[in-house]
Write a protein that binds this ligand. Sequence first.
Ligand SMILES: O=C[C@H](O)COP(=O)(O)O
Length: 253
Amino acid sequence: MHVQPLVIANWKMNGSRELVNAMSSALGNQSALTEQVQVVICPPATLLPALAEQASTAGIACGAQTASAHAGGAHTGELSLSLLQEFGVSYVLVGHSERRQHYGETDADVAAKTKAIIAAGCTAVVCVGETAQQREQEQTKAVIGEQLAAALADLPDNAATKLVVAYEPVWAIGTGLTASPEQAQDVHAFIRENLKKLIKTDADLIPLLYGGSVKSDNAASLFAEQDIDGGLIGGASLVADDFIAICSAAKPA
Ligand SMILES: O=C[C@H](O)COP(=O)(O)O
C-alpha cells in the first residue's frame, strides 16, 4: 500500500434508511478500524441526508455515485456538486462502467465531471476497466491507458490530492468472477506508471482501488498486492458484517 487504505461502498440503486442506520451503527462500533481505513459510503442520493446525519459519529465519509459537471440550470434530474456538498458529499464516483454502458457517459463527460469534482473540492474516484472481449483480445492496457488519458486531461497541478483511480474489470462486476491478485496488480502497476506521466505532482499519493466481486473471502489477497490500496465494493457493501470484514482486510499489517 502507498497511502492510507481506502474502501468505498457503492450501493448502486439499493439500500434504505434502515440500511443507512444499520451500517452507520455497525461502523460506529469499529472506531479502531475507521481510524486506520478511510471508509466511504455512496448510497443513492435520496439517502444522503440520512447518511450525512450519522457519518461523523460513524467515522465515515459520504460519497455520491455521480454528479453533473454543470454548476446549475436547466438539467432536469441532475445533481450539481454544490447540491451534493450540502449533504456532506466529499467523494464522487465518475465513469463507473454502468454509467458508461447504460447511460451513455463518454470519455469527454468523464473528463468534464472529473475536472468539476476536483474544482469543487471533492475527491474524484475515476473508474476504468476493460470488457471481457477487450481482455480476450489483449487490449486491456490500451483501453485503460485511453480511459485514463481522457479522464485526466487538463487537471490542475495539485490534482493528485483529490484523485482516486478505481480499476474495475467490467467482466468482474457483479458476476462473482474476480481478477486474480496477480491480474489486478499487473493492471494497477500499469495505472501507477501512467499516472506518473499524466499527473506531474505527487502521483504516488493517488490511491488505487480494485473493484469487481470483492468479497470478505478474497479481499485480503487482493489488498496484499503492492499497488492495491483498497477497494470499491458493490454487492458485499450492502451487508454490514461483510463490508466490515472487507474494510478490516484493508487494515495495514
Ligand atoms: O462499484 C462497484 C463495483 O461495480 C463492484 O460491484 P460488485 O462488488 O457488486 O462486483
